[in-house]
Structures are given as structure tokens and as C-alpha cells.
Write a protein of this length. Structure first.
Length: 401
């Protein structure tokens, strides 16, 4: 098959021929020029590297046995510095070991001497085609990486937007609790901040922090299902009323576990009234049977309950709350969690409360936002909760944290 002629509009491939014998170098250069290549010659590896620095070549053909820098050494140097350059080696020795070594250093082909120039031309063009395909693949790969990077950023932004919607939903649900139980207004927000502070001290993972934040915020969501007469009763509750009040953990669990993004936090909602010694409810769990998030929450909940005003008493000093939590270590609370809590400077808790009071200075504006989000929250429940004929997951014993 006749080779198409090389025209002025088709740039000739530029070859650098390297051989320590000038006569052989000239013969190879002349022969490959007749095959349609633009050839230059170098008689040593060092000269070839200097020429590569000054000029652009498409391919390099080098003899193997040369004084000073060998052909394999030249190959290795050129391959590392000029990745777009096609490399071939020629040798009078038909040595498989040399050929393999050349391929390992980046050569596209191994040409035993003596050779026919038309065969060499085919080998060079094959090497150039291979290099062109490699470069095209590299370009496509870089383009794909850029597209994937862009799509990843877009996906991350979308996830953040979804997480913000989730957080807005939680804020609205917290507002619903505040409207339902005015005696503990702001409790869910404060106890969430306290629990996160302890969890960070315990070096909890980011996923655990998120679970604790959501579970703490929603721990009393089940009180929505408690009758007003019991929830707002100014006098002590009867034993029957106490039993009803305690069902708020199951009611809350039943609500929260149905919503996929809140499901990990449902364990905290269910077990936040358990005690470390097994005297809590609803399952009487003890020790590590209680999820770590609930063990952390128990300390944060007690701290806020004792240091907040109630209709029947004023807020107790921080020192009193600290002493009570220390005394209940090993009974109501896990000692490790108590240790982490006590290791945090008392001023940290005061700063959290002060920051919360500052934010409440804009309460009216926040309430407007909360009430607006409240409709969104209940719409979320309506969409995400199962219909009447669907059942919530059974309340299996909580897994060990």
C-alpha cells in the first residue's frame, strides 16, 4: 500500500537520531528523511539532551551502546523530562534483556540492527500514534477530572442546602416544643450546646456530634403527645400521671425514627431518661447498653435543669449543679462522661448561657421566623412520616455506643 505524500500542510514528524558513530548517524538520518521525517542527529547522549532543551522533537531513536551516557541512560533522562516524546532504541545486539530494560525505561519499541528504513519508519509512526493516543487519553482524563470536581462541588453544595433545610426543620420543631411547654423555653437549644461541648471533650466523631446535636434538640419532642392537663399541672403528678408523662420517650422515638435523616438521633430520644446504674426508663438499660450520645445528654440535661429558673424555684448556682453531677457519677451518670464534664472550665458553661441570653434579645424576630418554619416542619413530618397503615420500627434495645 503506497504511503500518502507529505505535503506542506502536513508537518513532518521531527526525529532526533542519536548514535556515537557519525557515519551510522548520517546514514540513519538520510534514510529516515526519505521516509518522510525531518531528522536531526546527535553523536552522544549529552549532546542529545542539549538539543532536546533547545528544540522540539516528536521522537528520539538512540543506539544502546555508546560511550559516556548509554542509550538506556539517555532514555531514562528523556522519558522523565519530556513525557510527550516517543522513544525508541536501536542496537546491533538482538538481546531480549536489553529490549525489556528499554521498555521499562519508557521505550515504545526496540529495533535490532541492521534494519530496513521502511520498517523503522513503520515503528516510528506506530510509536507516534501510541503517544498521540496516550496524550489524548490524558487530555480526556484531565477534562473528566475537572467535570467530576465541578460535579462534586455542586453535590456538596446541594448536600449543605439539604442539611440546612434539616436544621431549619429542627429549629422549627424546637420552637414547637417551646410553644407547647413554656416552663422549659430554650431548654432544647441550651442542652444541645452543653452536650456538644462534652462530646467534643470526649473526641467524638463528626457523625456522632451531629447525632448528639439532633437527638438533644429533639429529646422532648414526644411531649407533643402528652395531655395539657398533665404537662402543665402545677401540682405534683400522681403515679398514673407520671406513667403517662414517661411515655413521651416512646412517643418521641415513634415520631423521630420514621424520618430517615433523624433515625440515628432516635436512640437518644428513646434513651435520654435511662440511668447508668439501670434505674432509668423506659428499658432499664445500664452501663454501655445506653448509647454514648444519651449518656452525654444526661449530664447536659441535668446541668441545664438545675441552673435554669422554674416556676417553683430559682435557678441553682453552677457549683451546686457540679456537686450534684459529681455525686451521681456511677449512678445516674457514666463516670467517664462526668470526668469530661468536670474537666471543662466553669466559665465555658457561663459563656454558653450568656451567648444564649444575647440571642434571646432578638426573640421577637426569631419567633416570627420559628413560627414561619413551624408550618414547614409539620409539612416535613406529614411527608416523611408513614401513613396510618404503616408501623414504626420496633424499639429494640439500644445498641452499645
Amino acid at each position: 500500500m503506497e504511503r500518502p505524500p507529505v505535503t506542506s500542510s502536513t508537518p513532518k514528524p521531527r526525529l532526533l537520531v542519536v548514535d556515537d558513530e557519525p557515519l551510522i548517524c548520517a546514514l540513519i538520518t538520510e534514510g529516515l528523511s526519505r521516509e518522510g521525517f525531518e531528522c536531526r542527529a546527535a553523536t552522544s547522549g549529552a549532546e542529545a539532551l542539549r538539543m532536546l532543551e533547545r528544540e522540539c522533537f516528536d521522537a528520539l531513536i538512540s543506539d544502546v551502546q555508546m560511550p559516556g551516557m548509554t542509550g538506556l541512560e539517555l532514555l531514562e533522562a528523556a522519558h522523565g523530562k519530556y513525557p510527550r516524546l516517543s522513544l525508541l532504541v536501536a542496537s546491533a545486539e538482538d538481546n531480549v534483556r536489553v529490549g525489556v530494560a528499554a521498555m521499562q525505561k519508557g521505550a515504545a519499541d526496540y529495533l535490532p540492527k541492521p534494519f530496513r528504513f521502511d520498517a523503522v519508519a513503520v515503528a516510528v509512526k506506530r510509536a507516534l500514534d501510541k503517544k498521540r493516543l496516550e496524550m489524548e487519553v490524558e487530555v480526556y482524563r484531565n477534562q473528566l477530572e475537572k467535570v467530576l470536581e465541578l460535579r462534586t462541588r455542586q453535590l456538596q453544595a446541594a448536600v449543605k442546602r439539604i442539611e440546612q433545610i434539616y436544621d431549619d426543620t429542627l429549629q422549627a420543631l424546637g420552637a414547637a416544643l417551646d410553644l407547647r411547654d413554656t416552663e422549659t423555653e430554650g431548654h432544647s437549644r441550651r442542652v444541645r450546646l452543653y452536650a456538644l461541648e462534652i462530646a467534643k471533650r470526649l473526641a467524638c466523631s463528626a457523625d456522632m456530634l451531629l447525632q448528639i446535636a439532633r437527638g438533644s434538640y429533639l429529646h422532648d419532642i414526644g411531649k407533643i403527645g402528652i395531655p395539657d392537663a398533665i404537662l402543665w399541672k402545677p401540682a405534683p403528678l400522681t403515679s398514673d400521671e407520671v406513667a403517662i408523662m414517661r411515655t413521651h420517650v416512646e412517643i418521641g422515638y415513634d415520631l423521630v425514627c420514621r424520618i430517615p435523616f433523624l433515625a440515628p438521633a432516635a436512640e437518644i430520644v428513646l434513651t435520654h431518661q435511662e440511668a447508668f446504674d439501670g434505674s432509668g426508663y423506659p428499658q432499664g438499660l445500664q452501663g454501655d447498653e445506653i448509647p454514648l450520645g444519651a449518656r452525654i445528654f444526661a449530664v447536659a440535661d441535668t446541668l441545664d435543669a438545675m441552673t435554669s429558673d422554674r416556676p417553683y424555684r430559682r435557678a441553682l448556682p453552677m457549683a451546686t449543679a457540679f456537686e450534684e453531677i459529681r455525686r451521681e457519677s456511677g449512678r445516674q451518670f457514666e463516670p467517664r462522661v462526668v470526668g469530661a464534664f468536670l474537666a471543662i472550665q466553669e466559665g465555658v458553661w457561663g459563656n454558653i448561657r450568656n451567648e444564649f441570653r444575647r440571642k434571646r434579645a432578638t426573640k421577637s424576630a426569631l419567633q416570627i421566623k420559628d413560627l414561619a418554619n413551624l408550618n414547614i416542619a409539620f409539612n416535613q413530618f406529614a411527608l416523611l412520616a408513614p401513613r396510618d397503615h404503616e408501623e414504626a420500627p420496633p424499639m429494640a434495645r439500644a445498641t452499645t455506643a
